[in-house]
Design a protein. Sequence first.
Length: 306
Amino acid sequence: MSLAPSVAVPRTGFNPLPFIIALFCLLWSFAFVAGKIGVTDCPPLILLAARFLLAGILIFGISAVRGEGWSFTWRDAAVFAILGVANNALYLGLGYTGLKSVSAGLGGLIVSANPVFTAALAALFLGEALTWRKVSGLLLGIAGVGFIVWHRMSVGSDSLHGILFTLASLASIVTGTILFKLLAPKGSLWIGNGIQNLAGGLALLPLALTFSSVSEIVPSARLVGAFAYLVLGGSILAYVLWFHLLKVCGATAASAYHFLMPPLGMLFAFLVLGEHVEWRDLAGIVPVALGIYLVTRPAAAVAVRK
């Protein structure tokens, strides 16, 4: 009796992308709650300048302990510094100023429009195709987020002044996303994030000292906890994951995950801050989830095959 030769079946490698996406969404969405807590007891610009500078110092300190050498050209270092102004100083500086007069849930909601503008600019400057699936997904995301925004605005608890600042922060993060893909800096994302944080902190420091006063800080345990989370979970880990997703998924697909921030942000705001959430807020999650699936499914399939 002859035996057929055994055939080795290749094992499917572990794909960490879903876990990276989940962790990024949790870290990023909770940062709006931590930010709302922080600006309650500390002027926004002082909070952010201290956050960025400490995060940058920690990143370079850890790199020195690990013996990680400098592998950047001046051009790549300059690109990350520019990203620090767009992604850190402008995006969060404007956003945290807005958080003084808008809820954490609405703040996250407005910024979640990121995918729409990113997709349009990515098609224009990066040559990313806008397929019917992406367009349909983006429209569903807009519909879901728009439904939640309309309901939240009808309550009338958020100021127009704060909303305008938050819209300006949205423009900054979209610009930073496109610049990262367009300029494509080389080198370690870890060190690049350190450069970005230091650049953002140094850009905000003179403004913080001019328009704010250290005497306005109200020392509290919640401020310390919020600040620690913003430095470690927000400025360090979340941004490294964000740059990784931009490289792996592309600008449009990676930005689509920002549609998840409104429901997650409102959930965290409800659990931690006691912000009111109604069923009409949650109803917008359905088109949002379907929209993310349509926008990201092609990119996820490619990532798995690789």
